[in-house]
Ligand binder design. Structure first.
Ligand SMILES: O=C(O)CCC(=O)C(=O)O
Length: 299
């Protein structure tokens, strides 16, 4: 048995991941891996800020006021609102997160969900919505932020906190990983796209995501609350986001991205710069290298 894996992934969960594009694996990760996760996320954000790709989404939201701001009356009423901070590539600055990304059961879990022979780690993103943070995570897909071609790509979202309905739980548009369109990446605070902000270029054929938040009734949105030990997995083409943190506690999370057999390197001009991804890969190369290490192989 894999160290820290409390139970295996069931066939029903594999089927759900493939059908819905997301699955909540309840009570799968043991305390050995969860004990230090919160402190490591805080370290990556508060102590290593700026060493990897670091964004204060609160700042984006301020600067983008009047450009489709995401808000609601309850969020407006929050007093002393906290920030929404995120770091991408935290595994390159915070040794404990590196161990978590490369040695925890997440690689095995990805292999089970993909049905793959090998799994490589792609990158991470850690996030803190501080107490009473008004910020949404605008609906988006992950694919346009990545330099990847292939279908076996997922994010595993893990929180050391109880994330209930008020604490900005993750929301997914069921089955949207099968939508045909490629979507432009946004800035997380709202639907303003990265090319509009000079943070990426527009790729032919990629379109802006529809206004899902403003038309929630028209979409099949599933919300996954989370508790320590749960792992929420979503496909990189699945539309997802989250709302404000109405609670007086920080909502801390790490999102760890893995790829399977059919994934190769593809330069993506829509993606924001990721200077921590140092490699010499060419278009079509298999991803495995020091920057994207193999974390699991089928026995
Ligand atoms: O935690 C959030 O609000 C967003 C996380 C996310 O977008 C991801 O894990 O891909």
């Amino acid at each position: 048995m894999i160290s820290g894996l409390l139970r295996d992934v069931t066939q029903a969960e594999i089927d759900q991941y493939r059908e819905t594009g997301a699955v909540r694996l309840e009570g799968i990760l043991g305390d050995a891996w969860l004990g230090e996760l919160g402190a490591a996320i805080e370290d990556a954000i508060y102590k290593q800020w700026g060493k990897a790709v670091s964004y204060d989404i609160t700042d984006f939201a301020e600067k983008l006021k009047g450009m489709g701001e995401l808000t609601n009356a309850r969020a407006q009423a929050l007093e002393n609102p906290g920030r929404f901070l995120t770091v991408i590539g935290a595994w390159t600055t915070t040794p404990w997160l590196r161990r978590f990304a490369l040695e925890s059961p997440l690689g095995y879990i990805a292999g089970r969900l993909f049905g793959a022979k090998k799994v490589c780690f792609y990158d991470d993103q850690v996030l803190i919505k501080e107490p009473r943070s008004k910020q949404y995570t605008a609906f988006h897909t992950d694919e346009p932020y990545y330099h990847l071609a292939g279908t076996q790509t997922c994010a595993m979202w893990v929180s050391p906190d109880v994330v209930d309905a008020d604490a900005s739980p993750m929301e997914y548009v069921r089955g949207s990983h099968r939508w045909k369109e490629s979507f432009l990446p946004n800035n997380f605070a709202n639907q303003a796209t990265l090319d509009q902000l000079g943070l990426g270029q527009k790729e032919d054929g990629a379109v802006r995501l529809p206004d899902i938040e403003g038309n929630r009734g028209e979409y099949d949105i599933v919300t996954y609350t989370s508790k320590p030990g749960d792992v929420l997995v979503h496909h990189s083409r699945l539309v997802h986001g989250s709302g404000p943190n109405y609670t007086d506690k920080a909502r801390r999370a790490g999102s760890f991205r893995y790829v399977g057999d059919d994934v190769t390197y593809r330069f993506n001009k829509m993606a924001p710069p990721q200077p921590h991804q140092k490699h010499a890969l060419n278009e079509g190369d298999s991803l495995e290298c020091e920057a994207f290490p193999r974390v699991w192989s089928a026995p």
